[in-house]
Design a protein around this ligand. Structure first.
Ligand code: PMP
Length: 409
């Protein structure tokens, strides 16, 4: 179990947290957008460029082989982290967004035709809406949207009712980046499989907070981004069951993804390289592996327990502010609090908090359709990581209280 004293020590792993902005101590509460990096991840990037930089997979020379071994070892770290059956099921991409685009393009091209349906939910990030919509426009598919209830939970009975013989895939987020809702993805996968429908899980907001085991879940695809789990930007992961990845055509063409090329015909490489055209970010994958090992060494159960306590503390404190309303009150909720305070525009709230050194996010959080469902233009969002403390929550609450007084004066 992580205790506040452990957190003080762990904060020392993150150099940026000692920074000041506008002469105030930085209070970083925008972790759902991106997380800060521990020194070990920063050191790994420096070490890779300082000692091991060479293009992977192509060289007979020493450095290239060393870089290749590092890159492939990183794939195994990711495999173990999500408990995939084999490293062939781990495809490196640029991020969760690219992973979803890959599946949307390759899956719809192969398995969908006019009139077929893709099922998503009302709480999806644009990254899990637009790629499907683009394929829908191209191929004449229908997007079906599972509604949410007042608390911001998926209405599961509606989900099953929306399944038809034309449903080809269900793409659903594990945790909402706006509401914090933790969706019952085990149940959803089980239900989908009863109808022989594959499921893609958007785990961009979940792998950093809770253990995800793709074999236990039995999901068909799962995606996440390195930068949201203390790793570097520009790297992402697509997990896909081997049977699906084998059945899908390549997404992009180029080097790495081929077995042989002639002007008449190209044959493709085996998994996972078939989906990795061009030079991969082998520095990024090595640093992602370092980040995953760091998280594993702390223990995701420990992280999750501490973060749940912090979430409860923050929720209680924020609700004590008159006129403050939280959007998303799911029974299973993760480390995101979206709120509005009567009489204060979210943009003003965000800007004034920023002047106090408190970084929150304001706006639609890349979920415009959800904002429409909620009947609002945007929210203020505070999102927590394990390095945040109750004292930082107090600073947030004090800051909001001061701003509200200013506006009400
Ligand atoms: N899905 C969810 C739920 C997200 O929160 C995000 C990032 N905000 C994404 C997908 C996209 O991640 P990225 O921009 O790193 O590709």
């Amino acid at each position: 179990m992580l205790k506040p004293t452990d957190i003080d020590q762990l904060r020392g792993d993150f150099p940026i947290l000692t920074r000041e902005v506008y002469g105030k101590r930085l209070v970083y509460l925008d972790n759902a957008a991106t997380t800060q990096k521990p020194q070990c991840v920063i050191d790994k990037i420096v070490a890779m460029y300082t000692t091991m930089n060479a293009n992977v997979h192509r060289g007979v020379h020493f450095l290239s082989q060393e870089a290749t071994e590092e890159h492939e070892a990183s794939r195994k770290v990711v495999q173990q982290f999500v408990n995939a059956a084999t490293p062939n099921e781990i495809v490196f991409t640029r991020g969760a967004t690219e992973s979803i685009n890959l599946v949307a393009s390759s899956f719809c091209n192969t398995f969908c035709s006019e009139g077929d349906e893709i099922l998503i939910s009302a709480m999806e990030h644009h990254s899990n809406i637009v790629p499907w919509q683009m394929q829908a426009e191209r191929l004449g598919l229908q997007l079906r949207v599972v509604p949410i209830n007042e608390q911001g939970e998926l209405i599961l009975e509606e989900l099953e009712k929306l399944v038809t013989p034309r449903t080809r895939l269900i793409a659903i987020t594990h945790i909402s980046n706006v509401l914090g809702t933790v969706n019952p993805i085990e149940e959803i996968v089980a239900m989908a499989h009863r109808h022989d429908i594959p499921v893609l899980i958007d785990a961009a907001q979940s792998v950093q907070h809770t253990r995800v085991d793709v074999q236990a879940l039995d999901c068909d695809f799962l995606v996440f981004s390195s930068h949201k789990i203390y790793g570097p930007t520009g790297v992402g992961v697509l997990y896909g069951k081997e049977k699906w990845l084998n059945a899908l055509p390549p997404y992009q063409g180029g080097g790495e993804m081929i077995a042989s090329v002639s002007f008449e015909k190209t044959t493709y490489n085996s998994l996972p390289y078939k989906f990795e055209a061009g030079t991969p970010d082998y520095v990024g994958t090595a640093a992602l592996a370092t980040a995953l090992n760091y998280v594993t060494s702390l223990g995701l159960d420990n992280i999750g327990r501490y973060e749940q306590e912090l979430l409860q503390y923050a929720t209680d404190k924020l609700l004590s502010i008159p006129g403050l309303r939280i959007f998303g009150n799911a029974r299973q909720k993760s480390n995101v609090i979206s709120f509005l305070v009567e009489g204060v525009h979210p943009y003003d709230m965000g800007t004034l908090l920023d002047r106090m050194g408190i970084a929150v996010r304001t706006g639609h959080h890349c979920a415009e359709p959800l904002m429409r469902v909620l009947g609002i233009d945007g929210t203020v969002r505070a999102s927590f990581a394990f390095y945040n403390t109750p004292e930082e929550v107090d600073l947030l609450v004090e800051g909001i209280t001061r701003i509200v007084k200013m506006f009400r004066a």
